[in-house]
Structures are given as structure tokens and as C-alpha cells.
Design a protein around this ligand. Structure first.
Ligand code: BGC
Length: 768
């Protein structure tokens, strides 16, 4: 690239010549002959020593090799290429298979740093052409499962493992966690997100960030904001009223920023109310930095936005994955006065502050040898803690001593799905299938089942063909449909039927109602036939849901004796599922999303973007009535409500007390006693509700330690006036109105065990 003039006060000609001969770092300190180096010199000195081209290049990633412009699939206005397949971040530089790198300026001591996905573990290439060594990463459970553990300590522990793995593989910033709201069950990337509720999303994200960053690796909380669908995600305009935006779609990010100080934020692809997130100074500057105090840098999602100059102005500091062409545009805009160089310098300063904290800048000698065995144990523990037992008639689970031979059906009993696709994928060295997990626990699976499914999968794969790109969502294979006669025989030979229903999704596409949210015809038939055949012999049917997003359960759940929501539980899938089924671990997960009776009950169903109409607008007409907030208020029954989850033991809540504290605060205390027969953990949820409203809102939660039968734990929650506040768009402030409020302590959003009332005698306004 040719050297351009910088408007900074130093001698431009001298700088140009010096840069060419590699001396700029010596002369730019004026009379002081110490070389300018990041970390030794001030950022200001380092920036002053840069040429304009270097500055522009530092604001965009280190071009992974896309020739001029961006692929049309990303809606790049400056595209010259019209037919690229979908791509998520991938670079061969420094750490092959990472999502991208930043631009290095060695003469100023600025290294290129490495950014890698993602929410379920470090996504890098597992093999490299020049070595037989492998670079597998641990596939942890998907975020939806992690959230269902309601255990922030556990999530922090998972984050620490991911951070360590990132660090040992030479990655500086992990592109995670993702915390968009599950607005609708069809969201193709819901598996990468935590919940339909902003408080649990924000708390989980904060725990994850604190875990990853505790080892000196950065995070990028994403996608900021309202990236709630994949349909036309690069261009769609989310029309959201301000109250809803702040209370539902921004709140989780606010909690994460305030509680964990993430190094970076990734702006979302979409527009909000007409403005691309990456070009929006209100979002990136007024709200994120000024109101919430974010001090790191903002990067675009890969190829996001249209107006590269506006992105710089808006405070979207880094544009990923970057191209020389965009850097040239930025430099040109400075030269022709369209872009103030001080703004460029401001953004660079933020990027440099983070670079200085990275392992790469600090010369960390990474091993390429993380302790994968130790991390696998954490992945297994996380998986069991976040699985949700949805149904358990007449103590079907845990499996008793009389169960030894299990007839396992469903493709995913043999090819268990550990995670979603796209940038949420992880290249792990193995996935323990459900069959393997059960066999590891000593259960016997009839020998003929595995080869029968292997053959079926082979034929199905031939039928559906290859997907167009590695990053596309996987094409779902049809279930194998066994005849009634065959199933009858299994019911004679085996002690129990297990049927695994699976789903997969990922970037670039939302899910569909038919055959995805709903069961396919083959799945429905299998549930019915298995139920009939096994019940006829007095034997039971257990259904395992190996899914990444919510599915319909109401129409078929009566056929099953037990249903375990195992999610996509990471590489230890089968072992974790077997631990729950066998009773080694008592389930303690609870839903952080609602399982509605039918799709049309979902409040956003009429408005959720439908790909067949090529929508450019996503109207958030349902407002704040998202998930459980809606179902309870509207009195619409659910199949499994938010917060629901069964255990192998029982808990009783009592001894509720309320203590007033100064500054409009109060402390709530209660005790939880394990009154059942096995050890277990309970998740207690605290909801608040204004007396004159029907809408409840989750504000606090806690998970007990593992309680033995008869054991009791006292839990305390502090309620502040801010917990009661709503966003007022007119005053642009959070306001708590005086009056009475219900405090509801529940085992779920519908199962409220204890309640009390608190009151506030004056209005409180929160102006950040
Ligand atoms: C995804 C991001 C991801 C990036 C880099 C994009 O397609 O939306 O979540 O971090 O690719 O791989």
C-alpha cells in the first residue's frame, strides 16, 4: 500500500521517508532517540509515529484474503464478487482456522492478535498441513444448556477452561459469549444464546467473561444488539420501541458490561430502527460507553455494515475480517476531510489498550497443548448440571436395578449431536454417543441397532446430498421408521425403550415450524409405536431431546414416561446423559426458555421474519411481552414453563423474611430443605411484579449446594429500587414508581412457593 500523509503535527515528509526505511519509530519522538514502541511509549506517541495507511489498516482486520470488497452474500455495498458461499470467520494466519487477526506494525511493537470463536469452545482447525500434531479443542455444552444450570460459578469455571484453551493455542480474544435473546423458538442461533430473559442472559454472560478473562484472554460479547433471527441478518431492520429495546434486548449486555468488563463487544449485523448497529453512535457510544462505562473496543461482526466511514465515526473501532480495500477507503476519507483523523486516533487508542493486555503482546509462550482431559471433565460436569428433566412419571428415572438392556432408537442415540454449526461449532476430537455413554455405564444395547442405524444414516446422507458449505446448517436426516412387529420384538427382548429426538441448526438460516419445531411424521410415528409396543409389555419409554432449540412437546409427551432435555451437551454428551439416566447425578437444570404448546402461541409468531417473503423489516410488535412475561400475563398455557425442571428429590421452601435496608433496599431470606430421598440441588427464582400489573420479571436467582436428604440451605437476595425500575423513553431514564410490589419466590415461573410484598414510598430515577 502506498504511504499516505498524516495530519498529525509531526514532520510528514520525514515520517514518510522514515517509514519506508523502517526508521519512523526512531524519529517520531523528536529529539528523544528512544524507539517508539507500544507499551514503552505512550499510545499517543505510538499513534503519532504511524502513517495514515498504517492507522487505517489497524482499524480493519488483517485481510484474510478476500479479493477487493466483500462477498455479496454479506450484502457488502462495495462487493465485486457476486457468488461466494456463506463464510464465517476463517484465517490461515498465526492460528489456522481462527476467525481473524488484526494488522501488525512490527516497527512500533504492535503484534497481530488472534480472534477465535466461540460460545461452545475454541474454534480452530484441528489439523495443519505441516505437522501430524493435532489441535483439537474441547466442545463444551451449548450456551442454552449452560444457562439452564442457573449456576454462574459453573459457567465461570467453563469460561476459565475455554480461556485457558484459547491462551494455550495462541488465541488472544475469544469471540464469545453470545447473548441475544431467544425471541422466538425458530431463531437459528438460539443454541448459541442463553435465554428468553435478559437477567439470566446477562448474569451468564458476565460469569463466562469473568472466567475467560481470569486467565488473561479477552472476550467479545456479541451480537450487540437485537440479532434475533438469521433470516436476512445482514440487512434486516429490527423495529423496536425504546422501552422494549432497553428492557429486553439491551439489558443483558448492560449487566455483562457492568459485571465483567469484557475486553471487546461485537456489534450485530442488523439495523435497529433504520440504523446498522455497527454504524450507530447512540448504541456504541452513548449507551455502551457513556451510560454503561464500557472501556474496551468494539469490532464488527464479520463483513457487517455498509458505510465503512460511518462505522469509524460511530465508534466501531475495528472492522472484521478486514480488507486492504476498506483501509484505503478510510485513509482516503481522512485525506479528503470526510473523516476527522482525531476519530481514527481515538479508535486506535482503544484497540491499542486491549492489544497491550493480550498474551501475544506480552510474549506468552503458548504450548499448543492445553489439558484437554481436565477440560473434558468440566465439560461433562457442565453437561449434567444443565440438562432438564421435563417429565418423570412414576419414577421412571433414575433407571432402577431391573433395567439392564435398553433398546435405543433414533439416529442421535448413535450419532449424538454435541453442538450447533457455523461459528458456534468446535472441532473436538470426539463426541461420546448416547449408546457409548450407556454402555460405559454397563447398560446393554442390542447389537443389531448400531449397524442398522449406520446403514440408515448412509442412505439418508446419499439422499440429502452434501451441504453447500461447511458452515451451512447441517441438513436434517429423516428418522428411521421401524415396523410395529420389529418394535414388538425389542419390547420382548429389552427392559426399556429410549428414543432420541435430535435437531441441528446454525448460522444463515432460521428453523422452520414444520418438521423442525414440530416433530416429523417419522418421529411422531416412532413415539407412538414405541409407546404402544413397550407399554403393552409393561415397559417404559424414555425420550431424550438432543436439540439446540425449543421444539413442540405438547402433542406427544403423554406417550413418554420420562423426557430428558439433554440439549446439545458437548463432546461428553453420552456420558453425561447416562449419568443422569442412571441416577449418578440428580438433574438440577431448569428451563431458561418456554416450551409453548404450539408455535402460534409464541408472542412473536405473527411478526418473526419469514424467509419466504424475503423480509427487510422485523417488527417487534409484541414489545416487552417476550417468553414467560407474556404467557403468564396473557394466561396462555405452556407445555413446559420458564424456570421448570424436575429433580429426583423434593424441596420445600420456608422461613421467608424481609428486612428493610437503607437506600430503598431490602433483603429477602428463605430456607430450602431437601425433603426427598436423594441428594440434589434446587434453583430458586425471585420474580418481581408491580401490584397493578400482571407481568412478572425475573430479577434474582440462586442455586443451592448439593443438599443431602433433610439438609437445609438459607438463601439471601438483596432487592434494590433499580430492580423495580422500568425504562422511560421520554426521560431516557430508568424510573421506579412508588407503590406496592409482589416478591414471588418460585421453583418456576408458574410454581410460586412463597410470596411477600414490598413498598416504595417515592419515585426513584436512575440517570446512569
Ligand atoms: C458470526 C460471528 C462470528 C464471526 C467470526 C460471523 O458469521 O456471526 O458470531 O464470531 O462470524 O467467525
Amino acid at each position: 500500500m502506498r504511504i499516505r500523509r498524516s495530519k498529525n503535527p509531526l514532520n510528514r515528509n520525514l515520517k514518510r521517508i522514515a517509514a519506508l526505511v523502517g526508521l519512523a519509530s526512531l524519529i517520531s519522538c523528536g529529539s528523544n532517540k528512544t524507539p517508539v514502541k507500544l507499551g514503552v511509549s505512550s499510545n499517543q506517541e505510538v499513534i503519532a509515529a504511524m502513517t495514515l495507511d498504517e492507522k487505517a489498516q489497524l482499524l480493519v482486520g488483517d485481510d484474510p484474503g478476500f479479493p477487493r470488497g466483500y462477498p455479496s452474500i454479506f450484502g457488502g455495498a462495495d462487493t465485486l464478487f457476486m457468488s461466494q458461499p456463506p463464510v464465517v470467520g476463517k484465517t490461515e494466519k498465526l492460528v489456522p482456522g481462527a476467525a481473524g487477526t488484526t494488522y501488525a506494525i512490527p516497527r512500533l511493537g504492535i503484534p497481530s492478535i488472534v480472534l477465535a470463536d466461540g460460545p461452545a469452545g475454541v474454534r480452530i482447525d484441528p489439523t495443519r498441513p505441516d505437522t501430524s500434531k493435532t489441535f483439537y479443542a474441547t466442545a463444551f455444552p451449548i450456551e442454552s444448556l449452560l444457562a439452564c444450570s442457573w449456576d454462574t460459578e459453573l459457567v465461570q469455571k467453563v469460561g476459565k477452561c475455554m480461556g485457558t484453551e484459547a491462551k494455550e493455542y495462541g488465541v488472544d480474544i475469544l469471540l464469545a459469549p453470545a447473548l441475544n435473546i431467544h425471541r422466538n423458538p425458530l431463531g437459528g442461533r438460539n443454541f448459541e444464546y442463553y435465554s428468553e430473559d435478559p437477567v439470566i442472559s446477562g448474569e451468564m454472560a458476565a460469569a463466562m467473561v469473568n472466567g475467560v478473562q481470569s486467565v488473561g484472554v479477552g472476550t467479545s460479547i456479541k451480537h450487540f444488539a437485537a440479532n434475533n433471527n438469521e433470516t436476512n441478518r445482514m440487512s434486516i431492520n429490527a423495529n423496536i420501541d425504546e422501552k422494549t429495546l432497553h428492557e429486553i434486548y439491551l439489558k443483558g449486555f448492560e449487566i455483562a458490561v457492568k459485571k465483567s468488563n469484557p475486553w471487546t463487544v461485537m456489534s450485530a449485523y442488523n439495523k435497529i430502527n433504520g440504523v446498522y448497529c455497527s454504524e450507530n453512535p447512540v448504541l456504541l457510544d452513548s449507551i455502551l460507553r457513556k451510560d454503561w462505562g464500557f472501556s474496551g473496543f468494539v469490532m464488527t461482526d464479520w463483513f457487517a455494515g455498509r458505510d465503512r466511514i460511518q462505522q469509524v465515526k460511530a465508534g466501531n473501532d475495528l472492522q472484521m475480517p478486514g480488507s486492504k480495500y476498506i483501509a484505503e477507503q478510510i485513509a482516503k476519507a481522512v485525506e479528503n476531510g470526510e473523516l476527522d483523523e482525531a476519530i481514527v486516533d481515538r479508535n486506535i487508542d482503544r484497540i491499542l489498550n486491549i492489544i497491550k493486555q493480550t498474551p501475544r503482546f506480552n510474549g506468552y509462550d503458548y504450548s499448543d497443548n492445553p489439558d484437554l482431559q481436565a477440560h473434558a471433565k468440566v465439560a461433562a460436569q457442565a453437561a449434567t448440571d444443565g440438562m432438564v428433566l421435563l417429565k418423570n412419571n412414576r419414577n421412571t428415572l433414575p433407571l432402577g436395578k431391573s433395567i439392564s438392556k435398553i433398546a435405543a432408537f433414533g439416529i442421535a442415540s448413535f450419532e449424538t449431536i454435541s453442538r450447533g454449526t457455523g461459528s458456534g461449532n468446535v472441532n473436538s476430537s470426539y463426541t461420546v454417543s448416547i449408546r457409548e455413554g450407556l454402555e460405559n455405564k454397563g447398560y446393554k444395547i442390542p447389537d443389531e441397532l448400531e449397524p442398522a442405524y449406520a446403514e440408515h444414516v448412509k442412505q439418508e446422507k446419499e439422499r440429502v446430498g452434501e451441504k453447500k458449505s461447511y458452515f451451512d446448517p447441517d441438513i436434517m436426516l429423516q428418522e428411521k421408521n421401524w415396523s410395529e412387529a420389529e418394535l414388538k420384538q425389542f419390547a420382548v427382548d429389552c427392559d426399556l425403550a429410549l428414543f432420541t429426538i435430535s435437531r441441528t441448526s446454525g448460522e444463515f438460516a432460521d428453523r422452520k415450524v414444520a418438521d423442525d419445531f414440530g416433530l416429523t411424521a417419522a418421529e411422531q410415528q416412532m413415539v407412538k409405536k414405541l409407546s404402544k409396543a413397550f407399554h403393552a409389555k409393561g415397559k417404559k419409554l424414555v425420550v431424550v431431546l438432543n436439540i439446540g432449540g425449543v421444539i413442540e412437546t405438547a402433542s406427544w409427551k403423554n406417550e413418554a414416561d420420562a423426557i430428558l432435555l439433554a440439549w446439545q451437551p458437548g463432546q461428553e454428551a453420552g456420558n453425561a446423559i447416562a449419568q443422569i439416566l442412571s441416577g449418578d447425578v440428580t438433574p438440577s437444570g431448569k428451563l431458561t426458555m418456554t416450551f409453548p404448546v404450539k408455535y402460534n402461541d409464541v408472542p412473536s409468531a405473527p411478526y418473526f421474519p419469514n424467509p419466504s417473503t424475503n423480509p427487510q423489516q422485523a417488527d417487534y410488535t409484541e414489545g416487552t411481552a417476550v417468553g414467560y412475561r407474556y404467557y403468564r400475563e396473557a394466561g396462555v398455557a405452556t407445555s413446559y414453563e420458564f424456570g421448570f425442571g424436575l429433580s429426583y428429590t423434593d424441596f420445600v421452601y420456608n422461613n421467608l423474611s424481609v428486612d428493610s435496608l437503607p437506600d430503598h433496599k431490602c433483603e429477602i431470606e428463605l430456607s430450602v430443605t431437601n425433603t426427598g430421598v436423594s441428594n440434589g440441588q434446587e434453583v430458586v427464582q425471585l420474580y418481581l411484579k408491580a401490584k397493578d400489573s400482571k407481568m412478572i420479571q425475573l430479577k434474582h436467582f440462586a442455586k443451592t449446594a448439593l443438599l443431602k436428604p433433610g439438609e437445609l440451605e438459607t438463601l439471601k437476595f438483596e432487592i434494590t429500587a433499580e430492580d423495580l425500575a422500568g425504562y422511560d423513553p421520554k426521560q431516557k431514564a430508568w424510573i421506579t414508581e412508588p407503590g406496592a410490589y409482589d416478591v414471588l419466590l418460585g421453583a418456576s415461573s408458574e410454581d410460586i412457593r412463597l410470596r411477600t410484598e414490598i413498598a416504595l414510598d417515592q419515585q426513584v430515577v436512575f440517570n446512569y
